[in-house]
Design a protein around this ligand. Structure first.
Ligand code: 2BA
Length: 109
């Protein structure tokens, strides 16, 4: 068994959750915040048998898109630094950032 941790954009979270339910993939959805953009994103925890991992990854890939997101350069807030970067810059986010971890034990009491 593996634990899949998938960080996706909020815009894709609902669609991905629906796809998991439709395809009988058990998942837990958490609200999370990206450390860089400091914007909300969605993290799914999925416990899956080894033989199902590729199927779950395919579902994630099919339902998550890459997007450009605007952010104001953090140095623009520092008035001691001379910078022209007071305008928003585009940052490419996603589709999904996925970790696959080994599971030592799984219990449901
Ligand atoms: P954020 O940390 O808000 O990052 C959003 C996007 O900003 C990233 O998209 C990446 O394109 C860019 N970015 C992040 N850190 C950067 C940096 N130090 N310099 C320049 N650009 C940077 P993604 O790579 O698609 O990541 C989307 C979200 O996935 C991240 O949101 C974070 O919540 C999570 N994530 C990505 N890599 C991770 C990792 N190694 N460990 C834990 N969480 C991660």
């Amino acid at each position: 068994m593996k634990l899949i941790v998938a960080i996706v954009q909020n815009q894709d979270g609902k669609r991905l959750q629906d796809a998991f339910v439709e395809q009988s993939v058990r998942a837990t959805k958490l609200s999370s915040t990206g450390g860089f953009l400091r914007a909300g994103n969605t993290t799914f925890l999925i416990g899956a048998k080894d033989r199902k991992i590729d199927d779950v990854l395919a579902i994630i890939q099919e339902n998550c898109s890459t997007r450009e997101q605007k952010m104001v350069n953090p140095t623009a807030y520092d008035f001691t630094i001379e910078t022209d970067l007071t305008f928003p810059i585009d940052v490419e986010v996603g589709g999904a950032t996925v970790f696959v971890l080994p599971v030592e034990a799984f219990h449901q009491f």
